[in-house]
Design a protein around this ligand. Structure first.
Ligand code: ARG
Length: 238
């Protein structure tokens, strides 16, 4: 009996550390302005505004966790976080591991390089050194399509930008809006006018977490219909 009580206590302790009934734990990688970034030591952004609305609707206290982008899915599936809001693109591969909400943004992947780059077309990417965020759709895209390119997988987009500035990489592939923010702060860089592919962002939950997913979808649909997502986007790109 004593052992059983101890076990129960341990289980409660372990589960209680990360989550309790009154908190909603959102996981993200907060180096992705305007979706998630630090301002005065606080994580803010379009995704955080969305997270706040979801927490409000569920009457829960919001906790935002900043982790490496490539560990987000594990955070969900191990129950350490409830929802990922990380400008995460819907892909068939990810759909095997997690469930996606309705989409709340459309994006496209772009190439960022030094202003005097000699990259003029997609095929120029072969034989180049390309920096990406580890685990991102750009990471898989380069791996699958440019077998002769050299790939640098960074945890942070800022490190990828440093790779270009320090000429360790010829370019970086990432999402358009965050690329625009990055280029704003790094005038030696530019976004190339070359089409790669488009993608769509959604919130993510552990596979089978249908109830939470339905609640998220309701909030997202309201935010889309009322123009709030647009408003959040404008606020964070000023
Ligand atoms: N949209 C891209 C993807 O899903 C990149 C997302 C990066 N997000 C982040 N918070 N770092 O792979």
């Amino acid at each position: 009996m004593k052992k059983l009580i101890l076990l129960l206590f341990l289980v409660l302790l372990v589960t209680g550390c990360s989550k309790d009934g009154n908190t909603l734990v959102i996981v993200t990688e907060a180096g992705f302005a305007p979706y998630e970034y630090y301002e005065n030591n606080k994580i803010v952004g379009i995704d955080i505004d969305i997270a706040e609305e979801i927490a409000k609707r569920l009457d829960k206290e919001l906790v935002v966790k900043d982790v490496a982008f490539d560990s987000i899915i594990n955070e969900l599936n191990s129950g350490k976080a409830d929802i990922a809001l990380a400008g995460m693109s819907i892909t068939a591969e990810r759909q095997e591991e997690v469930d996606f909400s309705i989409e709340y943004a459309v994006s496209k992947q772009v190439i960022v390089a030094l202003k005097d780059t000699n990259i003029k077309k997609v095929s120029d990417l072969n034989n180049k050194t390309i920096s990406v965020q580890l685990g991102s759709v750009a990471d898989s895209y380069v791996t699958e399509n440019f077998k002769n390119a050299k790939l640098i997988q960074q945890k942070k987009f800022l490190s990828a930008a440093e790779d270009i500035k320090g000429k360790k990489a010829d370019c970086l592939i990432m999402d358009e809006l965050p690329a625009t923010e990055l280029v704003k702060n790094n005038p030696e860089l530019k976004i190339l006018n070359i089409e790669l592919f488009t993608d769509k962002y959604a919130a993510v939950v552990a596979k089978g977490n249908t109830k939470l997913l339905e609640q998220i979808n309701e909030v997202l649909q309201d935010l889309i219909d009322s123009g709030k997502i647009n408003e959040f986007t404008i606020n964070h790109t000023k």
